[in-house]
Design a protein around this ligand. Structure first.
Ligand code: ACO
Ligand code: KIV
Ligand code: MG
Length: 564
C-alpha cells in the first residue's frame, strides 16, 4: 500500500485559501500548470489552537479506521512502515490504532510513538501520534501507555450520542453518556495527557442541542479537539456544513478548541462532507489513504488534500466525489469492528442507514459480521452460538484471548478457525504422541513428512489450513507454523456441528509449532493438532464404551514398530 501513497512529498496540512497554495514542508507543484510555490511555514503545534486561520490539519486514520475495513488487517511491522511513509508525506496527526483491541495493535501504536513519533524532520516537524480509546478507564490507560513516548502524544476518546446508539448499544441515559465522556477526559488529564480529542460518535444523527451540551462539558474537562463524526455516512454536505458552524456558534468554549470532521462514505459523500465541514469552520479533517475504512470507507486523503490545495479559495460547493465503493462495494454492509458488531447485534440501525435487502442483496449472516482482529466478545460469542457452542464466561474469555492472538497474525478468521479455537479450549490436548526427532530426506520419491506421521499414528486427517510466520528476523529466524486439520477416512464422520449457513460443519483442530527449520515446525504443529483430534475422538468413543482412538492409534504404532 505504501507505494500507492502519492509519490511527491506533497502535503503538510493544507490551507483552505488559495493563493500561495497549500503549506509547509517540501510542497511540490502538483500539476504542470501550477503557480510557483511560495513556502509558508507550518504553524507551531499547539493542541487546541492553530495560529494560521487558513491552516487545516490532516489527521490520517489509515492505521485505525482504515484498518477496520474487513480484511485490511496490518501487522505491527507493516503499520510502522506505513507510519514512516505518512510522516514523509507530512500529515499532522497519525492515528496509529486502537491499543486495547489486541496485543499487536498496542505494540504497533507503541512502536510508532517511539520511532516515528520521535523522528523530528529538519524543519522541526514531527507528527502527533494518536491512539483511540473507549471511555473506559482500562482503554484510556492502555491508549496513553501506548502513545506517551511520542514527542506529541494524543489520545482520542469517543462515546456515542445519538438516541439509537445510547439506547440500544450503550444502554445508557444521556446523562450517563455525558458523565462517561467527562470522566474519560478528566482521567486522561490525570494520567498526564494534555492533547485530548473527543468524538461524539454518530454525531451526524445526534440531537444538535445534546451535542452542544456534551461538547461544552468535555471542553471544561480539558478536551482540546472536538471531532464530529458522521459515523454512518448519513448527512448531506450542506447539512454537515451547517452542523459544524452551529456547533462552533452554540457550544460554550468552542472558540478555544479545534473542530474536526470524520466522514464515513456510505452514500459516497465523505470527501464532499469533509470539505463542507472545513467551510463550516472545521480545522482538522480525518481521512485515510485511498479512502479505506469501515464499510464503504472514509474521506480519501488524496481527494481532500488536493481539493483544498487547488480549490481552497472557491466555494467548493458541488464537489461530489464518489470514488469509494459505497452501496455496491463488497464491504458496504460488512462489519469487522467489535463495537460496530455489538451495535449491529443489538439493533441494525446503529450502523446501517440502509439494509442490503433495500438494494436486493442478501447476506448469510443477519448482522454482516466478519470476524477479525477488531472483533469483540459479543460478535465471537454470537458466531460460536451459530456454530452450536455455548461457552461459560471463563471459557469464552480464554477463547477470545487466543482468538485475538490468532487474528493479529491472520487477516480472515474462518469458521474452521473458530471451531479449532473452541475445540482446543474444550478438548484440552491429550499427549498421545510426542515428536522427539525428525530426519528429512528430500527428493521426488518417498513419503512426505505428514504422510509418514499419519501412517505411524494410524489416524487419518485432512489438512484444512496451513500457515507459516517468521517470528524473528535473519537467517536464524524462528518459523511459527499453524495447521488446522479435521478427521478424514474412517473417522470422517466424527464431530459434525450444525452450521448457521445451512448444512453441517465438521469440527477442526489446530496445532502450532516453532523451530528454525520449517519442516520441523510443521511436523510439531501437525502432531500437536493430531493429539487434540485423537483426544476428542477418544473422549467420544469412551462415552460410547468403544476402544479409544488413542489406544487404537498407539496399538497401531506398536504393530508398526514390531513390523519394522
Ligand atoms: C465508530 C467506530 O469506528 S468505533 C471503533 C470501532 N472499532 C473497533 O471496535 C475495533 C476494536 N474493537 C475491539 O477489539 C473490541 O470491540 C474491544 C476490545 C474494544 C471490546 O471488546 P469487548 O469488550 O469484547 O466488547 P464488544 O466489542 O463485544 O462490545 C462492545 C462493548 O463496548 C461498549 N461500548 C461501545 N462504545 C463504547 C464507548 N465509547 N465507551 C464505553 N463503552 C462502549 C458496548 O456497549 C459494548 O458493551 P457490552 O459488552 O457491555 O454490551
Ligand atoms: C471513532 C469514531 C471517530 C469513528 O470512527 C466514527 O464515528 O466513524
Ligand atoms: Mg469512522
Amino acid at each position: 500500500m505504501a507505494s500507492c501513497i502519492v509519490r511527491q512529498p506533497l502535503l503538510a496540512g493544507c490551507r483552505a485559501t488559495a493563493g500561495p497554495r497549500s503549506s509547509g514542508r517540501r510542497m511540490q507543484p502538483v500539476r504542470a500548470t501550477a503557480a510557483p510555490q511560495q513556502q509558508r511555514a507550518r504553524p507551531e503545534y499547539v493542541p487546541n489552537r492553530i495560529d494560521d486561520p487558513d491552516y487545516v490539519r490532516i489527521f490520517d486514520t489509515t492505521l485505525r479506521d482504515g484498518e477496520q475495513s474487513p480484511g485490511a488487517t496490518l501487522t505491527s511491522k507493516e503499520k510502522l512502515e506505513i507510519a514512516k511513509k505518512l510522516s514523509q508525506l507530512g500529515v499532522d496527526i497519525i492515528e496509529a490504532g486502537f491499543p486495547i483491541a489486541s496485543p499487536d495493535d498496542f505494540e504497533a501504536v507503541r512502536a510508532i510513538a517511539m520511532d516515528v513519533g520521535n523522528a523530528v524532520h529538519d524543519d522541526g516537524y514531527v507528527p502527533v501520534i494518536c491512539g483511540l480509546s473507549r471511555t473506559r478507564e482500562k482503554d484510556l490507560e492502555t491508549a496513553w501507555e501506548a502513545v506517551r513516548h511520542a514527542k506529541l502524544p494524543r489520545v482520542h476518546t469517543f462515546i456515542a450520542t445519538s438516541e439509537i446508539h445510547m439506547k440500544y448499544k450503550l444502554r445508557m441515559s444521556p446523562d450517563q453518556v455525558i458523565e462517561n465522556a467527562v470522566n474519560a477526559v478528566k482521567h486522561l488529564r490525570s494520567l498526564g495527557c494534555s492533547d485530548i480529542e473527543f468524538s461524539p460518535e454518530d454525531a451526524g444523527r445526534s440531537e444538535p442541542a445534546f451535542l452542544y451540551e456534551i461538547l461544552a462539558e468535555v471542553i471544561k474537562a480539558g478536551a482540546t479537539t472536538l471531532n464530529i463524526p458522521d459515523t454512518t455516512g448519513w448527512t448531506l454536505p450542506h447539512e454537515f456544513q451547517s452542523l459544524i458552524s452551529k456547533i462552533k456558534a452554540n457550544t460554550p468554549g468552542a472558540e478555544g478548541v479545534i473542530i474536526s470532521t470524520h466522514c464515513q462514505n456510505d452514500l459516497g459523500l465523505s470527501t464532499a462532507n469533509s470539505l463542507a465541514g472545513a467551510m463550516g469552520g472545521a480545522r482538522q479533517i480525518e481521512c485515510t489513504i485511498n479512502g479505506i475504512g469501515e464499510r464503504a470507507g472514509n474521506a480519501s486523503l488524496e481527494e481532500v488534500v488536493m481539493a483544498i490545495a487547488l480549490r481552497g479559495k472557491d466555494q467548493m460547493g458541488g464537489l461530489w466525489t464518489g470514488a469509494r465503493p459505497a452501496i455496491v462495494g463488497a464491504n458496504a454492509f460488512a462489519h469487522e469492528s467489535g463495537i460496530h458488531q455489538d451495535g449491529m447485534l443489538k439493533n441494525r440501525d446503529t450502523y446501517e442507514i440502509m439494509s442490503p435487502e433495500t438494494i436486493g442483496l442478501q447476506r448469510v449472516d443477519a448482522a454482516g459480521i466478519v470476524l477479525g482482529k477488531h472483533s469483540g466478545r459479543n460478535a465471537l460469542n454470537t458466531r460460536l452460538g451459530q456454530l452450536g457452542f455455548q461457552l461459560p464466561e471463563d471459557q469464552l474469555n480464554d477463547v477470545f484471548r487466543r482468538f485475538k492472538n490468532l487474528a493479529d497474525r491472520k487477516k480472515n478468521i474462518s469458521d474452521e478457525d473458530v471451531l479449532a479455537l473452541v475445540n482446543d479450549e474444550v478438548h484440552q490436548p491429550t499427549v498421545v504422541w510426542v515428536l522427539e526427532g525428525l530426519q528429512v530426506v528430500c527428493g521426488s520419491m518417498g513419503l512426505p513428512t505428514a504422510t509418514a506421521i499419519d501412517s505411524l499414528v494410524r489416524v487419518q486427517a485432512e489438512l484444512v489450513d496451513y500457515s507459516v510466520n517468521s517470528v524473528t528476523e535473519g537467517i536464524e529466524a524462528l518459523a511459527n507454523t499453524r495447521v488446522v486439520i479435521r478427521p478424514a477416512g474412517k473417522q470422517a464422520d466424527e464431530g459434525y456441528v450444525a452450521s448457521y449457513k445451512g448444512g453441517r460443519t465438521q469440527r477442526s483442530f489446530s496445532g502450532s509449532g516453532a523451530d528454525e527449520d520449517i519442516v520441523v515446525s510443521s511436523a510439531r504443529a501437525y502432531v500437536s493438532a493430531l493429539n487434540k483430534m485423537i483426544g476428542f475422538i477418544s473422549a467420544k468413543a469412551a462415552a460410547n464404551g468403544a476402544t479409544s482412538a488413542a489406544e487404537a492409534s498407539q496399538d497401531g504404532a506398536a504393530e508398526e514398530a514390531v513390523a519394522a
